[in-house]
Structure formats: structure tokens, C-alpha cells
Design a protein around this ligand. Structure first.
Ligand code: G1P
Length: 298
């Protein structure tokens, strides 16, 4: 029997130390990518895939996240009085997106631990997990395809991206077998951030998962792994090996546009890429980039 998946879990409890001092008093998820906080892209992606209920796993210092998805009456009133409907629509965009819920992680014991904090809210149904460091271009739907594959296989599904050899140590990496669908693979093994040269393949997990609730049963017993943290990858490795009761794990190989906002350089690239595609900014920005680049010395 298939479920309609309606719940998205977004872990957002990280300290964002790579972006200090910008993240001293505001969560890294609130850093603007062009003119929208990174987290809003992620919630919009979940909503576009039909998910209506969003649970954020937050921590200390994360009040700005809750405020961003809530009404801000004074500002709304001021804009309404001024008749500035365009700005008012921008303010309301994030308020009306989804049914938002929050739970704190408490101790930051790893991604697996953060996801386990969702178990009460999610219950015994399949759900999606979206990590905030990855932004998937809205024109290249990934999550809806993953949800489709989840329903068809009654399994758990992760998003995979082919990355170069010198990048595999930054990701969970999969061992896979082909299926009869070109963009779907069966996962037979997973390893979290393998040392350089030891990755079983070039297929890296990017931050999108559609999981069966059995993942909670596995996570409850999951010992700390890489970095002393409870790793979601380790739990999924167990699920892949126990497909009689977990349904196994499949990968959807993503070939679309993805922007990483996890470190400073990638964050700057993401802003430039997204802004150059924008109708209101693209033309002027591209002209300036060409001029700027021609003056650069190698
Ligand atoms: C996490 C996961 C890793 C995955 C990555 C995707 O790592 O543990 O398996 O490949 O997200 O972005 P993090 O980047 O949070 O260290």
C-alpha cells in the first residue's frame, strides 16, 4: 500500500562555523543567496514536490528561522498602508509556504541524530529529508522523481551525483548496481566520507533523501561513526543490507543543476550562477562579469 508523502524534515542545527563571523548571531541558513535566505529555496523545493508539512530540526540561536516563516505584522501593516503590494508579496512568500514545525536537536551528535529527532512528528510513514547546504535548481526537479521511485519500489531513496575523484572524501559514497531505469540504481553499500583514493565509486550522496520510517529503528541503535557522529549514511548502509524488512535503498542519479552553499567559495559561485539567470539582474551582472574577468591577472 502506498502512502502519499507529505512531510519534509530539514536539519538546520549546524553551527555554521565556516561562515564566521557572519554566523555569530544569525543562523547560516539565513544567509542570503541573491535576495532570499538559503533555507527558503529548500522549503520552496519541498513544497514544489508536493510536501506540505515541514519539520525543521534547529538548535540554539535559530530563532530567525522561525521568524522568517512566520507573520511579521508591523512590517505587513506598514507595507499595506503604503499600498506596496510587491514588497508585501515578498514578505508573505515565506509565511504562506507550508505548515511549519520546529524541534530542537539538543546535543549536536550528527546528522543521523538530527533525523532521529523527527521520529515523533513523522510517525510510521515515508518522509523526505532535505539538507540546507544544497540548492537544487527549481527547473530540474529531483525530489518529485525520488518520491515517485520511493512509491514504486517501496524502498528508501537517496539522491546521487557523480563527482570527481578529488571530491569523494567530502560525501557519503555509494556502491551501486544498475536497474532497468537509466537514472535509478540499487545501492549495495555506502561509506561516509571515504579517505581520498578509497571511494567505492564517484556517486556521492547529495542532501536529498526519501526514507522509510524503519530508518528510525536503525538510527536508535546506531553507534557513532565518522567524526564520532551518528551518521545517517551508516544507518542507510544497514538498511541497504536488510532489504527484507527495510525495502532496501535506491539512488536517483541527478544530472541537473545543483548549487552548493556549504563553504565560502561555493556559496559565492551559487550566488553568481543564480543571479546571472535572473531576469532582473542577469543581463547587467553578466556584462559586469565579462568586464571584470578581462581585467583579472592569472
Ligand atoms: C552530509 C552527509 C553526507 C552527504 C552530505 C551531502 O555531510 O553526512 O553523507 O554526502 O551531507 O551534502 P555534511 O556535508 O553535512 O558533512
Amino acid at each position: 500500500m502506498g502512502f502519499t508523502i507529505s512531510k519534509a524534515v530539514i536539519p538546520a542545527a549546524g553551527l555554521g562555523t565556516r561562515f564566521l563571523p557572519a554566523t555569530k548571531a544569525i543562523p547560516k541558513e539565513m544567509l542570503a543567496v541573491v535576495d532570499k535566505p538559503a533555507i527558503q529555496y529548500v522549503v520552496e523545493e519541498a513544497v514544489a514536490a508536493g510536501l506540505t508539512d515541514v519539520l525543521m530540526i534547529t538548535g540554539r540561536n535559530k530563532n530567525a528561522l522561525e521568524n522568517h516563516f512566520d507573520h511579521v505584522s508591523e512590517l505587513e501593516e506598514t507595507l499595506r498602508k503604503k499600498g506596496d503590494h510587491e514588497k508585501l508579496a515578498k514578505v508573505n512568500q515565506s509565511t504562506d509556504l507550508a505548515d511549519m514545525h520546529y524541534v530542537r536537536q539538543g546535543d549536536p551528535l550528527g546528522l543521523g541524530h538530527a533525523v532521529l529527532r523527527a521520529s515523533m512528528h513523522v510517525g510510521r510513514e515515508p518522509f523526505a529529508v532535505l539538507l540546507g547546504d544544497d540548492i537544487i535548481d527549481a527547473r530540474d526537479p529531483l525530489l518529485s522523481r525520488m518520491i515517485e521511485v520511493q512509491g514504486k519500489k517501496n524502498a528508501s531513496v537517496v539522491a546521487l551525483l557523480e563527482v570527481p575523484d578529488n571530491m569523494t572524501h567530502l560525501y557519503g559514497v555509494a556502491t551501486v548496481e544498475a536497474t532497468d531505469e537509466d537514472d535509478v540504481v540499487k545501492i549495495t553499500g555506502l561509506v561516509e566520507k571515504p579517505p581520498q583514493g578509497e571511494a567505492p565509486s564517484n556517486l556521492a550522496i547529495i542532501g536529498r533523501y526519501v526514507l522509510r520510517p524503519e530508518v528510525f529503528d536503525v538510527l536508535e541503535k546506531q553507534a557513532p561513526g565518522k567524526g564520532g557522529e551518528i551518521q545517517l549514511t551508516d544507518a542507510l548502509e544497514k538498511m541497504a543490507a536488510a532489504d527484507e524488512w527495510t525495502g532496501g535503498v535506491y539512488g536517483v542519479v541527478f544530472r541537473g543543476r545543483r548549487y552548493d552553499t556549504g563553504d565560502k567559495l561555493d556559496y559565492i559561485k551559487a550566488i553568481i550562477q543564480l543571479a546571472s539567470d535572473r531576469e532582473d539582474l542577469g543581463e547587467d551582472l553578466k556584462a559586469w562579469i565579462l568586464e571584470f574577468a578581462s581585467g583579472l591577472e592569472k
